[in-house]
Write a protein that binds this ligand. Structure first.
Ligand SMILES: Nc1ncnc2c1ncn2[C@@H]1O[C@H](COP(=O)(O)OP(=O)(O)OP(=O)(O)O)[C@@H](O)[C@H]1O
Ligand SMILES: Cc1ncc(CO)c(N)n1
Length: 287
């Protein structure tokens, strides 16, 4: 018998599109997103914004696409393949952001997850600083969910975030700036000690997801993977809190079972969530 892609009740395949940079090392960017979509049973599509030469030790070079090349990729997908959710990652600069905002608006893509990627772990710039205004004014108001880490939330809001109350204030500000919902991830928040806490502000309500902080340097691509899982959840028809719950479970498993490959910051394990679910299923079938 042929293996079947998961289908919706109405018989259609769920599809998600990532608009991001290519990571030759396979742990972040387009590669992380497509692996995550695939693991969550969602058909993955991509529009490449830049080719990066990187590995677990860092970014060696960045080759941006033109804004036109990004717009044409989005047009090809949008004219034919109607994504159920779209996520953005590395967007390079204002011309690509403007092209993405134009296409998202003209296709009416509502399930937009913006991961406002700015700087890679080793410090390489993935978004030019003069692009901040376009990101805030053109793209952010189109977001169903925006998923900054703490430094990104600080840059977007212009406020310092030291406490959970600061984080809540920043989330309210981002909604006031036009985002639908805001997930501020807690990987960079040392104040929570041996747990990491992700915050979601959705529909006027705060929710928090806590998990043990894993003592590992293999966290390359955690942000990309989290936002891709959130987008896959929306593509599958989950609401925002349900999709955020899925994203936290997916990234938790991927970090806890991270892959010790390469000699720097290794990638997370995109198989881990599915393998755990299959083990649970198997043990249920034994009882
Ligand atoms: N050491 C850790 N142990 C457990 N969970 C973690 C750890 N580091 C990050 N996370 C989780 O990973 C997700 C991404 O968080 P983080 O704040 O690190 O994003 P990011 O900085 O955008 O990622 P990236 O480093 O890929 O840019 C969140 O769900 C966060 O809670
Ligand atoms: C292409 C790409 N996107 C995002 C990140 C951030 O993790 C990265 N290192 N590379």
């Amino acid at each position: 018998m042929k293996a079947q892609a998961p289908k919706r009740d109405d018989g259609t395949v769920r599809k998600a599109l990532t608009i991001a940079g290519s990571d030759s090392g396979g742990g972040a960017g387009i590669q992380a997103d497509l692996k995550t979509f695939q693991e969550l049973g969602v058909y993955g599509m991509s529009a490449v914004t830049a080719v990066t030469a990187q590995n677990t030790l860092g970014v060696r070079a960045v080759y941006p696409m033109t804004a036109d090349a990004v717009a044409v990729q989005l047009g090809a997908v949008g004219d034919d393949l109607a994504p159920d959710a779209v996520k953005t990652g590395m967007l390079v600069g204002a011309p690509i952001i403007d092209a993405v905002a134009d296409q998202v608006a003209s296709f009416g893509w509502r399930n937009l997850v913006i991961d406002p990627v700015m700087i890679a772990k080793g410090g390489s710039e993935l978004l030019r600083q003069d692009a901040l205004r376009s990101l805030k004014e053109r793209l952010l108001p189109l977001a169903r969910v925006i998923t900054p880490n703490i430094p990104e939330a600080e840059t977007l809001t212009g406020m310092k975030i030291a406490t959970m109350a600061d984080r809540e204030k920043a989330a309210r500000l981002l909604v006031a700036m036009g985002a639908g919902s805001v997930a501020i991830k807690g990987g960079h928040d040392e104040s929570t000690g041996d747990v990491t806490v992700d915050l979601l502000y959705d529909d006027g309500r705060f929710r928090y997801w806590e998990s043990p902080r894993v003592d590992t340097r293999h966290t390359h691509g955690t942000g990309c993977t989290y936002s891709a899982a959130l987008a896959a959840g929306l593509a599958a028809g989950l609401n925002v809190p349900e999709a955020a719950e899925l994203a936290k479970s997916f990234i938790r498993a991927a970090i806890e079972d991270s892959l010790d490959i390469g000699s720097g910051h290794g990638p997370t394990n995109h198989w881990a969530y599915g393998r755990r679910a299959r083990r649970l299923d198997h043990s249920k079938s034994l009882h």
